[in-house]
Ligand binder design. Structure first.
Ligand SMILES: Nc1ncnc2c1ncn2[C@@H]1O[C@H](COP(=O)(O)OP(=O)(O)OP(=O)(O)O)[C@@H](O)[C@H]1O
Ligand SMILES: [Mg+2]
Length: 494
């Protein structure tokens, strides 16, 4: 169906793709695996005309094609779902779906009814209970990602390229998407699927290709390989993830929260957070697990002062009662918060790596000199293995996983007492993940206290000393790490 022949693509200082060869067959799901920065997204962008300047050939149904842009590719039946969200927040769901391809009636006027109807159908196909008129800015990250998927379904492409479509989805939404993919497969469509989540690739993909440093190093059938095998091909060695063992300082309470509540912005009889109480000892990592919409992010937002006085309840930091009504006050009190949505909240994309890392420290201490800034940047580029030619590279040019590492570096640089992490390893490859896990554990050992929100149960289990489970804004269970397992966490979350 689609073939890449000897594709190469360079950026200043980076050979992103070098002689890549790939073949995708109709009616199959084709997985692409590789570490952060391996060239996966770049390949998809070459295949869909985002980059027109490349070497090599692309064949669609055997015919040589050279797309001039995304629209051109879409018209030929090749659609892409980007890794980064590309929605316009101020527009509604329907407006986003039909942007640039609005339906018109016989009078040439916008046929809003027809667009709304089709949008509704797509939303219900994706099991999203939202009205087509809802503004995208009011949607959660996971919902936005599903809207991206709806966009690709709308254009009815023969080939759909999906760049980490599930990185912000909850388990039930992932099941949904997988069901849709099976349907598409039955219709003979070709799916290309990038993901760092190994288990889902084994569930849905027939074929795999492993990329490393811009080259395709291996390809084959999923049912003839194993997870361990694939990881070794990706990173060149085995990766093991061990549980946190270091004990905590039971004497000192780094953070205590009592009866935290947050009203629902619209519905009077509902609460986003309902009487949440928890404690965090010094050197401890607490995991917060819950399904999407359980209130995990709202909890971190509330602690960090992002809801101002709307949040009620008491917070103690290092034994002292703290009034936190803004992020500025939170940072002053030694809190740091890594948000789940790096594009809008975590990174200034058109600034370079070094400036992004020193952004938060700069705000607190006044000016950092350039030499210090560079030293800081080099330190984190090394310790987090951020893949980049230099510290002066703009973040917009980094691969998704490497952007996430810069966000992490930015908050580590503030040297916080309490670090709150919301989905810290979303989109991060397995080797970098294990490195980040080690780093988080080391931080805890050095006396930092950590609140970890994650929808990945293995991540929660690998890192936490204790786990709290949230459901509908309430804490429904608390486990010591040794007592927690996947089953118990899910049960409490539901
Ligand atoms: N527009 C650009 N300008 C400069 N360098 C770029 C640009 N886009 C990508 N790169 C570089 O090309 C390499 C491949 O990046 P790419 O985004 O394709 O990686 P990826 O495999 O998708 O990684 P991830 O899993 O982190 O998303 C990286 O070193 C990246 O920094
Ligand atoms: Mg990518």
């Amino acid at each position: 169906m689609l073939e890449a022949i000897n594709i190469s693509k360079s950026f200043p200082g980076v050979k992103a793709l070098q002689g890549v060869n790939l073949t995708f067959y109709p009616g199959t799901v084709n997985a692409i695996l590789g570490e952060n920065g391996a060239g996966k997204s770049t390949l998809l962008k070459v295949l869909t005309g985002v980059y027109t300047n490349y070497e090599g050939e692309i064949r669609l149904n055997g015919e040589l094609v050279r797309f001039t842009g995304i629209k051109d590719a879409e018209a030929a039946g090749v659609g892409i779902i980007h890794q980064e969200l590309n929605l316009i927040p101020q527009l509604s769901i329907a407006e986003n779906l039909y942007l640039g391809k609005e339906l018109r009636n016989t009078f040439g006027l916008l046929d809003e009814k027809a667009m709304e109807k089709r949008t509704k159908e797509l939303l219900s196909k994706l099991n999203l209970h939202l009205s087509p008129g809802t503004l995208v800015q009011n949607l959660k990250v996971g919902e936005q990602q599903l809207i991206e998927i709806a966009k690709a379904l709308l254009s009815d492409s023969q080939v759909i390229l999906m760049d980490e479509p599930t990185s912000a989805l909850s388990d039930s939404e992932i099941d949904n998407l997988h069901a849709i993919i099976s349907d598409l497969k039955k219709e003979g469509k070709t799916i290309v699927y990038i993901s760092h989540k190994m288990d889902e690739l084994f569930r849905i993909a027939e074929n795999y290709t492993v990329m490393r440093d811009g080259e395709t190093v291996d390809a084959g059938a999923m049912n003839e390989t194993t997870e361990k095998d694939l990881i070794t091909k990706m990173v060149g060695r085995d990766v093991q993830i061990l549980r946190k063992v270091q004990k905590v300082n039971e004497e000192k309470e780094a953070l205590k929260i009592e009866s935290l509540s947050l009203p629902h912005p619209v519905l009077k009889d509902r609460k986003l957070l309902d009487n949440v109480s928890l404690t965090l000892k010094q050197g401890e990592i607490i995991g917060i697990f819950g399904l999407m919409g359980a209130g995990r992010t709202e909890l971190l937002h509330s602690i960090f002062g992002l809801h101002g006085k709307k949040t009620t309840g008491d917070i103690w930091i290092n034994g002292e009662k703290a009034k936190i009504n803004s992020p500025k006050e939170a940072i002053k009190k030694g809190l740091a918060f890594l948000t789940e949505d790096r594009k809008t909240e975590g990174l200034v994309l058109n600034m370079d790596i070094a400036s992004n890392i020193s952004l938060t420290t700069l705000k607190i201490d006044g000016l950092l000199n350039e030499k210090e800034e560079e030293k800081l940047a080099q330190e984190y580029i090394k310790s987090l293995s951020i893949k980049t030619p230099t510290s002066k590279e703009q973040c917009v040019n980094l691969s998704g996983g490497n952007q996430q590492k810069v966000v992490l570096a930015k908050w580590l640089a503030t040297q916080p007492d309490v670090l709150m992490l919301d989905e810290p390893t979303r989109g991060i490859d397995i080797k970098a993940k294990s490195e980040i896990y080690d780093l988080i554990k080391k931080l805890a050992e050095s006396g930092k206290s950590i609140v970890l929100v994650s929808s990945e149960i293995p991540e929660i289990l690998a890192l936490s000393d204790r786990v709290y489970v949230l459901a509908e804004g309430r804490i429904t269970a608390e486990f010591e790490a040794e007592q927690a397992d996947e089953n118990k966490l899910l049960k409490a979350a539901i």
